[in-house]
Design a protein around this ligand. Structure first.
Ligand code: FAD
Length: 510
């Protein structure tokens, strides 16, 4: 086999131009790293990435991340898409999300419990389309100088003392770091020797577009039956869960019209006839997570690092959260400005969040099982979800409002996404984060804080002013990913701020 040595040397090579690989590339390029993405597919377009199959629900941390990088307004599709949960219920009974198919309603949610979210915050959930999201991110990545090579499947790689060599489609590429963002069957994860631990599936899920002889034979909405679940979102567009232990998906058998008809008839207990199968794909609730996200110069992010059932739409959001967390830390490591252990905090912070999402999906599977025990649990959860505290809890989990890192330190905001403070001139803090730099926010106009921020040169920018609502804060350090690294309600103690800043950013003078 011929192997062409590609002499260009990149700071980071990313395997996979899915949404996670693209957002990570944008974050790295924003911090002036050179990035090459190798993508297996020749063509970025696919009917499975387009409406309706490509619809993805974005949660609060993702929406905030896109907003903070000035990308949110480029997503147009949600303005035209109708939220599927809004089909039933009006006003305060409007359905705004679900857990295992059990809806929660807008009027039951008490947003005043989310003390660090302000009226000026971005939406808590939004519908998007995979294709549009990837297009927006690819455009941004290329504008920032990222090189994307399509039709280049990464097949192998080797770590050498000061870098890595990566093989893709008979070519060899050199870089300092390799990040596997190559999805659930990640070659980087497998070849990199990462342990992928977790649980085996209980069902095969189907997403299919079919021509049904008589669509009215199927009930509208989500239908739990004695053997599984089916949902006809619009005539001919099906989602089915067949509790076969994931056997059909695992066997990687072709998805034929006859097979989909057989499964649908069995689950819906009807004689429904499928005339033609247009497109179909299968998935399962297999839930696995890499036990470590880093092996030397190889890192994992997105589905490459964790897989679980798509129930409740969390996987993309989880992966984009990985990218936001990893981007600035890896960039700082490459630029030699990272304090000891900064890159390792990617694993410390993101692994527990991934584990929570896997458990959230397992909990949904457990109460969706077609048996009397699960039905009994469903009734209890339904009751809880109709209470104010219950609905607020479920919405907080589904929309990612509760997502935070345990950063230690005494302040309630530390580890949380920074509230979207609005300054007197109408500027919002999220809009000041387009450049991806950390920020020292000073509501008290403290000269000592200003000079401290200057000591960190261009790593931390100093922002001072009065916000309309300040959540009793006097000062806060905000990381490039929008997470509060340190906060204070009283007169800030300069040495404390300096200590906190040094933990996340090493001063240039050192
Ligand atoms: C039916 C369904 C509905 C879903 N709904 C939601 C939702 O509402 N909300 C949500 O948050 N998540 C949802 N998800 C999950 C979400 O789609 C994934 O978690 C997300 O796409 C993961 O992004 P990624 O970039 O990590 O991986 P992918 O999107 O899988 O991208 C990986 C990329 O790597 C490429 N690649 C693969 N192998 C190689 C290789 N060897 N070399 C180079 N490139 C390679 C692939 O071609 C691909 O472009 C859903 C998933 C399914 C199946």
């Amino acid at each position: 086999m011929k192997s062409i040595q590609n002499k260009s040397h990149h700071d980071v090579i990313i395997s996979g131009a899915g949404p996670v690989g693209l957002l990570l590339a944008c974050e790295l390029a924003l911090a002036k790293c050179s990035v090459l993405i190798l993508e297996k597919a020749e063509d970025p377009h696919s009917p499975l990435k387009q409406v309706p199959f490509g619809i993805r629900g974005l949660s609060a941390p993702t929406i905030e991340a896109l907003y903070r990088r000035g990308l949110l307004q480029e997503l147009e599709l949600h303005k035209r898409l109708k939220n599927p949960h809004q089909n039933a219920g009006q006003g305060s009974r409007r359905q705004v999300g679900h857990f295992a198919g059990i809806p929660f309603h807008e009027g039951d949610i008490d947003t005043s419990q989310w003390t660090h979210r302000l009226p000026s915050s971005t939406a808590t959930s939004l519908l998007s389309e995979m294709q549009e999201l990837e297009t927006v991110l690819s455009r941004r990545a290329e504008t920032l100088g990222v090189e994307i090579k399509r039709g280049m499947a990464v097949s192998d790689f080797h770590q050498v003392s000061d870098g890595i060599t990566v093989q893709a489609a008979d070519e060899t590429f050199e870089g300092q770091w390799l990040v596997g963002c190559d999805g659930s069957r990640s070659v980087v994860r497998k070849a990199g020797g990462f342990e992928f631990a977790g649980t085996e599936p209980e069902f095969t899920g189907y997403t299919a577009k079919v021509d049904i002889a008589d669509p009215s034979m199927l009930k509208p909405g989500r239908n739990a039956t004695a053997t599984g679940m089916y949902l006809q979102s619009q005539p001919g567009y099906l989602a089915i869960q067949d509790f076969d232990g994931g056997a059909y998906h695992s066997a990687e058998k072709p998805i034929t019209r006859e097979h989909v008809q057989e499964v649908l008839r069995r689950i819906s207990n009807t004689d429904v006839i499928i005339n033609a199968l247009d497109i179909a794909t299968t998935w399962t609730d297999r839930a696995r997570q890499a036990t470590t996200y880093r092996n030397g110069r190889i890192l994992l992010a997105g589905d490459a690092a964790h897989i679980h059932a798509p129930l409740g739409g969390q996987g993309l959001n989880l992966g984009l959260g990985d990218a936001m967390n990893l981007g600035w830390k890896l960039a700082a490591t490459i630029k030699s400005s990272a304090p000891e252990g900064l890159l390792d905090s990617y694993q410390t912070e993101r692994h527990p969040i991934g584990a929570q999402v896997l458990d959230w999906s397992r909990a949904q599977v457990a109460i969706m099982r077609p048996d009397p025990y699960a039905r009994a649990l469903q009734a209890i959860v339904r009751d809880l979800m109709s209470t104010r505290d219950g609905a607020t809890y479920f919405a907080g989990r589904v929309w990612g409002i509760h997502t935070h890192y345990d950063l230690g330190g005494g302040h309630a905001l530390a580890g949380h996404s920074v509230p979207n403070f609005e300054f007197e001139d109408g500027t919002r803090i999220g809009a000041l984060m387009h450049d991806g730099r950390g920020m020292l926010l000073d509501f008290g106009g403290n000269a000592a804080l200003k000079s401290l921020a200057n000591g960190f040169d261009d790593q931390i920018k100093y922002v001072s002013g009065y916000a309309k609502q300040q959540c009793s804060l006097s000062a806060a350090l905000i990381r490039p990913d929008g997470i509060v690294a340190w906060a204070c309600d009283n007169d800030p103690d300069g040495s404390e701020v300096e200590k906190a800043a040094a933990r996340w950013w090493r001063a240039q003078s050192r």
